[in-house]
Design a protein around this ligand. Structure first.
Ligand code: NAP
Length: 237
């Protein structure tokens, strides 16, 4: 019996990077994974890899900027499975690093939409289904800049801080009245498109691949962590 056999997991940002690797890791351990992001071709490739490895998955392309898509997805999951056991929220955008006074309002608004407002829409849309699970786990991928100010990182930091607050407040609200537990995990430096955009001069081979962090995330989802739980994954050492 695999650890997540019979469980339904929704993974955002499943088209690449940490989300894709985590979806594959959960599927390898028996979960049926609902893969969501915008890039349908990339999602299909991940679904194919999951099938070839003997796992099962369902494609659910959604643009997180359009909350109607999440409402429809929650309705479809409710109809088909009746509950959601695992929600991994990996999708995010990284606005261009720049001084606060030079931040482009349009880019900042998009980052707030994807990183913060969509987080609210996710929790709002899936809370009911999570509460129906006997052991629901919500895992947010976060970053140290959500808590520690850094010059030129405001666009990303402010939106990740808002995202963290939404998940942490939610964790406190549900922990005594439901079986929903929430983990906020900083994955550390991981070899992804987002990392390459943040540090274009860095040799990608000098940072760990997403599969390494995904292994830790899948293990954590199998643990009895107390909610809200925080972890800094440090694979570099
Ligand atoms: P990534 O490779 O850039 O992947 C981001 C994912 O978000 C993609 O699957 C993308 O899919 C999805 N996404 C972006 N905009 C979207 C939208 N409007 N609607 C739906 N999906 C959208 O990033 P990553 O490095 O794997 O990062 C994953 C998480 O880890 C993020 O929350 C990030 O803040 C956090 N993190 C990463 C690092 C690192 O070193 N990589 C460090 C600290 C924290 P589509 O383009 O197909 O929509």
């Amino acid at each position: 019996m695999k650890p997540f056999e019979g469980q339904i997991a929704l993974v955002t940002g499943a088209s690449r990077g940490i989300g894709a690797a985590t979806a594959e890791a959960l599927a390898a351990q028996g979960a049926h994974v609902v893969l969501t992001a915008r890039d349908v071709k990339a999602l299909e490739a991940i679904e194919q890899r999951i099938f070839e490895a003997g796992g099962s998955a369902t494609l659910a392309p959604v643009d997180l900027k359009e909350t109607d898509g999440l409402t429809r997805l929650a309705g479809a999951i409710a109809e088909r499975w009746g509950q959601l056991d695992i929600l991994v929220h990996s999708a995010a955008v990284l606005p261009q690093a720049t001084a606060v006074v030079d931040l482009d309002q349009k880019a900042l608004s998009e980052a707030f939409n994807v990183n913060a407002l969509a987080s609210h829409a996710l929790l709002y849309s899936f809370d009911r289904l999570l509460r129906r699970s006997p052991d629901a786990r919500v895992l947010l991928l976060t970053s140290p800049v959500a808590r520690h100010a850094a010059a030129y990182w405001a666009g990303y930091a402010a939106t990740k801080a808002a995202q963290e607050m939404l998940f942490e407040c939610y964790a406190l609200e549900v922990r005594n009245v439901s079986k929903v537990r929430v983990a906020l995990v900083n994955p550390g430096a991981v070899r992804t498109a987002m990392r390459a955009k943040a540090f274009p001069g860095e040799d990608p081979q000098s940072v760990p691949p997403p599969e390494a962090v995904a292994e830790r995330l899948a293990a954590l989802l199998g643990e009895q962590f107390a909610s809200p739980y925080r972890e800094d994954v440090n694979l570099a050492s």
